[in-house]
Design a protein around this ligand. Structure first.
Ligand SMILES: [Zn+2]
Ligand SMILES: [Zn+2]
Length: 373
């Protein structure tokens, strides 16, 4: 059973539509602040458990969906039980979650994970509807070919760090409200590598990495929304000393299309009918995501009427089906009339009465529909 009755989004301080990265970032920030080993606050442990639980639920699409729809009660009836982390293991758990160290030091033995790389691409709405492939140019740090990522000029000597004895880590006894514990930190003298390089590699200056220009083909799934990110695992910067590479995050901007307005998976567009087309009925070509289609409008169609093209909206991202396309009728009124047009309209007005305009002949259902319009 869930232990927290607080709102999980509020606990993490994120919006309800926050994406995975935002949730992860928020949790990571709070965890660093609230972990009982580092926080002086008396309720740190309780709060730490709460944010861990919130993160556990929101990081998993299944439990997040359950929680979004039915709240805490939904999780309970769905059988969700938060893992009660042993706080002593949280550092390892953190590495498992985030691939780095809770307290920000280098990885053990100096093998640090490479940084993430961000890139941005812009695609058209119609391409977002079909799914597409985009070419993304990026600059990434790659393992240095001269030293194989070791940062050492080949054939030269490397000595063991005298301060940490080669482990890369320093241990200190620290006191907290939970008693004494041993805090491990990265050795400042060797930066966690455990060794002192006397002759750094001349190609990379000892960094073990050099910059490389790359172009990646990125598959953009159909239905993607503006502002979503695609993660390409391991395509970021190379890690130091054999650490694994970071990830590439591609921010996808979906360009606005002047013909369509997107709302979620639905598409809205407007069709202009002249007063004569609206009065007599008309067949008109309208653009859709799949190309032009002919739509027919009944005689007497009113401004504000909506014709729904079921399943012609955006595809559901990583799901099935498509949203709808709603075509809104606008009726355009002549702004300039010739003498003859004016005469004909005056004649038309003379022949009209209330019955020309009332809805008496419309069926019950269409009346009902107008009422809800
Ligand atoms: Zn090198
Ligand atoms: Zn050291």
């Amino acid at each position: 059973m869930a232990t927290s009755d607080h709102d999980y989004y509020e606990l993490l301080g994120v919006a309800r539509d926050a994406d995975d990265q935002e949730i992860k970032r928020a949790f990571r920030k709070l965890a660093r602040k609230l972990h009982p080993d580092v926080s002086e606050e008396s309720d740190a442990e309780v709060r730490f458990r709460e944010i861990s639980e919130a993160y556990e639920v929101l990081a998993n699409p299944e439990t997040r969906q359950l929680y979004d729809r039915y709240g805490h009660a939904g999780l309970r009836s769905g059988g969700f039980t938060p893992r009660h982390f042993d706080l002593g293991d949280i550092g390892d758990l953190f590495s498992a979650f985030f691939g780095d160290d809770l307290f920000g030091g280098g990885g053990r033995g100096g093998a640090a994970r490479g940084g993430d790389v961000a890139a941005e691409i812009a695609i058209e709405l119609v391409d977002a509807a079909r799914g597409t492939t985009a070419t993304v140019p990026i600059q990434v740090a790659v393992q240095c070919a001269t030293c194989g990522g070791e940062g050492v000029q080949p054939g030269t000597h490397v000595s063991t760090c005298p301060r940490c004895g080669g482990s890369g880590r320093l241990q200190q006894v620290a006191r907290s409200i939970f008693g004494e514990f041993i805090r491990t930190s990265s050795c400042p003298q060797c930066g966690g590598t455990g060794r002192v390089v006397e002759h750094p590699c001349e190609t990379c200056g000892g960094a073990g990495r050099t910059l490389d220009e790359r172009t990646l083909e990125v598959d953009i799934p159909a239905g993607i929304h503006d502002g979503q990110r695609i993660r390409l695992s391991g395509e970021g910067h190379a890690g130091a000393l054999g650490g694994r590479s970071g990830d590439l995050y591609v921010l996808v901007r979906v360009q606005p299309d002047e013909r369509f307005v997107r709302e979620g998976n639905d598409i809205f567009s407007q069709v202009d009918l002249t007063i004569v087309q609206a009065a007599l009925g008309a067949s008109v070509t309208v653009p859709t995501l799949d190309g032009d289609v002919d739509l027919s409008f009944d005689p007497g169609v009113q401004p504000g009427a909506v014709q729904v093209l079921r399943g012609r909206g955006m595809p559901v991202l990583q799901g099935f089906g498509r949203g709808d396309h709603r075509v809104l009728v606008n009726v355009t009124v002549p702004r300039r009339l010739s003498d003859e047009q004016r005469r004909l309209l005056e004649e038309f007005e003379r022949l009209s009465d209330a019955g020309t305009y009332d809805e008496a002949d419309e069926g019950f259902i269409s009346k009902l529909r107008s009422a809800f319009r």
